[in-house]
Design a protein around this ligand. Structure first.
Ligand SMILES: [Zn+2]
Length: 862
């Protein structure tokens, strides 16, 4: 799956709360094949299912238990002793299970269960659900992790792989799409319907099954002989060409990389108007949120293009890693998500080298390290038994941290050796299931290096190490490791020791790596003009250096380090401030050394903490003004030197201009820039093609922050009438940025009015909760309108909303948040609430530690 990108997701598995009811199925009855016919009724939002499950009973049993939720059984039958017998069904709604008994023992051997049932097309964006586009209705599916059981009674665990024959009965004129190709399509059985049979699937897990019925249209292409389509509703499919080109490039790239051909007869990418996650890797039929698939190549910003390409590449990586070879159980979901998150970057970087994807990866690593350095975090592999626990596994640890650990391991082994390990692992478990051990044993066998120890230490230890380096002497350096926390008041319980490949930069040459596997060790470090113990910015650790080594780096920062290494250095310095090892002024001085940097990713990484300094550390209007003045003085010259936008500008130059413009207009409060932003925003709304889209996006945000009712009306109109999903999405998001309290309230009312899809409503509230300028009004609104807000919450959106309370910075607000959510419970959000509390406490500490240091620094600037 691809979770919504811009929210840091709270999530870890709490072991001590409830005694978890065992919800796992027994392994005495094994499904082999499903024959499934589904007949959705779009008008009544219900469906009828006819199902046969061929199972193998391994030892005699009295009854058969499988998963089912919100299913009404019409009949269950099985042939026993040569004659068909009707079964008795008992259901357990809490465990989401159904048990069939036939009044006699069921002998070992093959058995066919025949089931007729009814279900509902729900509006919760999970299971078999209803999506709406204008007056039209679509029936679509989202099963990961545990919702296939809402569409068909099934052995709904990833290790119960089976083959599937799927048939859809759809209204005449509506398209039907499933995992494999259509083998027959005939009118009937009743007037106004057609019946579509799909080819038998390979062995696969239930959570990867998909079926869709609706007015889909498609654009088609081909890659390495595999037919590819991008499909969506009639008004959206015109924006499918970019994703189609991406998919064609990526399919060939992966066929080559894995050395194993794409395993399905066709590939469909389908945009769905209502979709909770970003995308879902259903085998051969990937589904997407429309904004993660459809794009207008001419008016899209570089970031929007990168995003669509990345989500397409992510889901396609899953076709091998996750779909063809699947984790044995959800505790190892990182094998799916970490791998796809790491892999998505490779084909995109090869497709568009000018996008400098590796710099975005380095910036992402900083965010992940910050997340993992909070008091509440979890190991990559963690226990998860119930659906609520399993849902909380889809967090920044399974995605970002696992991906970062794979990247570090790849650098240590070398890319070709790592690829061989990947190939061998896939080949050995094709169409089966595997564990973390299977993966790292394959890597150790391919590389003859202790990568099994590296991976097992990072997969089982929570948090991250801080490596402290002494002065290097004669090609060696002493290093110690300890667990690192951003909040200086957090303490590790006992010594944690990671097995860390430490790679030393050699001025852009081949990195030299050694392994730290003890609390303290002397490593081999090559002699280089600048000692930098994090080659390529790919290490999953924070590091601290002697003052002399740091001074040498600072002197050579713009030509001695790669952009990725500069991004990593910025992250380390900022982590030093957050943990109170460094003063906030040290960080601001590093920014001065890098203010002329020409990489937009470096500048974005450099200025990201400025918003924390502005929002969390600065306490008075005078301090905020001093920061604003310093921002303009420091960065305005670099912005002016870029000159007027020209069509011939490189993507880097366009993005750099947009980044600096955004910085000057928001934190800098540069009145000249704010004026320009308002003009550009109006111009761009009138004619999107007339303004560089990168610049237009930041200009719109500044204009909304400073916007009036007329601009609000324009954006609302754009949201309600635009066809391009990116334009629509941007207009909606901007409505959450208005700082005028009356307009902010209008935006909040609108979010829960029913006119905004529930896939977006919570995101809107979250955006308003993020800024100190809007969060108090937003929080009061949420509390006073809880019934309306709660009506918008889908499975994971509830936890996001609770996590949004983390932007407060006072003891009083912390108590308020905790007491509110204690009496207004949101399912599967206990960890998000703990993380929010933790973040508020960290902010209070940061303000107390760094507030006086900021005042000192401001005094020195005069
Ligand atoms: Zn995924």
């Amino acid at each position: 799956m691809f979770r919504w990108r811009n929210v840091v997701i709270g999530g870890t598995v709490v072991l001590m709360t409830l005694v978890v009811q065992a919800q796992r199925l027994s392994d005495t009855v094994i499904p082999e094949h499903y024959t499934l016919t589904l007949q959705p009724n779009l008008d009544t939002a219900t469906f009828i299912g006819h199902e046969q499950i061929d199972v193998t009973v391994k030892q005699p049993v009295d009854a058969i238990t499988l998963n089912a939720a919100e299913i009404q059984f019409t009949s269950v039958a099985a042939v026993l002793d040569g004659r068909e017998r009707l079964g008795k069904v008992t259901t357990d709604a809490q465990k989401e299970q159904a048990t069939f008994s036939f009044g006699q023992q069921i002998p070992a051997g093959p058995l066919t269960l025949k089931i007729i049932y009814r279900g509902i097309l729900n509006n919760e964006l999970r299971g078999f659900y209803l999506s709406k586009a204008g007056k039209r209705r679509l029936a679509v599916t989202q099963f990961e992790p545990t919702d296939a059981r809402r569409a068909f009674p099934s052995f709904d665990e990833p290790a119960f792989k089976a083959t599937f024959d799927i048939t859809l009965i759809a209204p005449e004129g509506a398209a039907a799409i499933s995992n494999t190709n259509v083998v027959s399509d005939e009118l009937g059985p009743y007037a106004g319907e057609h019946t579509v049979h799909f080819a038998t699937t390979p062995k696969m897990s239930t959570y990867l099954v998909a079926f869709l019925v609706g007015d889909f249209q498609c654009v088609s292409g081909k890659s390495d002989g595999t037919p590819i389509r991008v499909c969506g509703t009639a008004d959206k499919v015109q924006y499918g060409q970019f994703a189609l080109s991406a998919a064609a490039y990526i399919l060939h790239y992966y066929n080559t990389y894995f050395g194993i051909r794409y395993p399905m007869p066709k590939l469909d990418l389908i945009g769905i108007p209502d979709f909770e996650a970003g995308a879902m890797e259903n085998f051969g039929a990937i589904t997407y949120r429309e904004t993660d698939l459809f794009i207008d190549d001419k008016t899209a910003s570089v970031d929007e293009k990168k995003n669509v390409a990345a989500v397409v590449a992510h889901e396609m990586a899953h076709q091998w890693f996750g779909d063809m070879v699947t984790m044995q159980w959800w505790n190892n979901i990182w094998l799916n998500e970490g791998f796809a998150t790491w892999m998505e970057n490779k084909p995109v970087a090869a497709w568009h080298p000018e996008w400098h994807i590796s710099q975005d990866v380095a910036a992402g690593l900083n965010r992940t390290l910050d997340y993992d350095a909070q008091k509440i975090t979890r190991a990559i592999r963690a226990r998860a038994d119930t659906p609520a626990e399993i849902n909380q596994m889809f967090d920044a640890i399974s995605y970002g941290k696992a991906a970062a650990v794979l990247l570090m391991t790849e650098q240590y082994e070398g890319a070709d050796v790592f690829r061989k390990g990947v190939h061998d692992y896939l080949q050995a478990h094709m169409f089966g299931n595997a564990t973390a051990e299977d993966f790292w044993n394959a890597q150790a066998a391919a590389s003859h290096l202790p990568v099994d120890k590296v991976l097992s230490s990072y997969v089982t230890e929570a948090g991250e190490p801080l490596l402290t380096f002494a002065e290097p002497v004669n090609g060696t350096v002493q290093v110690t490791q300890q667990r690192f926390f951003l909040n200086p008041q957090a303490k590790a319980e006992g010594q944690q020791t990671w097995t860390v490949p430490v790679c030393f930069a050699a001025g852009g040459g081949q990195a030299k790596c050694d392994v730290l596997d003890a609390p303290q060790k002397t490593l081999q470090a090559p002699n280089a003009p600048v000692f930098y113990p994090d080659a390529g910015g790919r290490g999953y650790y924070r590091f601290a250096l002697t003052d002399a080594d740091y001074a040498r780096i600072l002197a050579a920062v713009e030509n001695g380090l790669t952009p990725e290494e500069r991004i990593s250095l910025l992250g380390d310095k900022w982590a030093g401030v957050r943990s109170n090892h460094d003063a906030v002024g040290d960080y601001l001085n590093l920014l001065v050394a890098m203010k002329e940097d020409t990489s937009p990713a470096v500048i974005d990484s450099a200025v990201r903490p400025l918003s924390t300094i502005d929002r969390q550390i600065a306490q008075t209007p005078q301090e905020k003004q001093a920061i604003a003045a310093w921002v303009v003085k420091t960065f305005r010259p670099a912005y002016d030197r870029l000159g007027e936008p020209a069509p011939t500008d490189s993507p880097d130059k366009k993005q750099l201009r947009a980044s600096l413009f955004g910085l000057l207009g928001s934190i800098g409060q540069d009145t000249d820039i704010i004026g320009q932003a308002k003009t550009l925003a109006v111009q761009s709304l009138k004619d999107a093609a007339s303004v560089d889209p990168n610049l237009a996006h930041v200009a719109m945000a500044i204009a909304a922050e400073n916007g009036d009712a007329a601009f609000f009306d324009d954006l609302q109109h754009t949201y309600e009438t635009a066809q391009n999903p990116q334009t629509q999405d941007m207009a909606l998001r901007l409505l959450s940025l208005f700082r005028n309290p009356d307009l902010e309230k209008r935006g909040l009312e609108y979010d829960v009015s029913g006119k905004v899809r529930n896939q977006d409503a919570v995101i809107q509230l979250l955006i308003a909760m993020q800024s100190p300028a809007t969060r108090d009004v937003a929080w009061d609104f949420i509390k006073q309108n809880w019934d309306k807000v709660q009506a918008q919450l889908t499975t994971s959106m509830g936890a996001y909303l609770v996590g949004g309370a983390s932007s407060f910075c006072s003891e009083e607000k912390k108590q308020d948040v905790v007491s509110f959510f204690s009496t207004h419970k949101v399912p599967a959000s206990d960890v998000a609430l703990q993380r929010a509390q933790d973040a508020i406490e960290a902010c209070i500490t940061l303000r107390a530690d760094q507030g006086p240091k900021l005042q000192q620094w401001i005094a020195q600037q005069r």
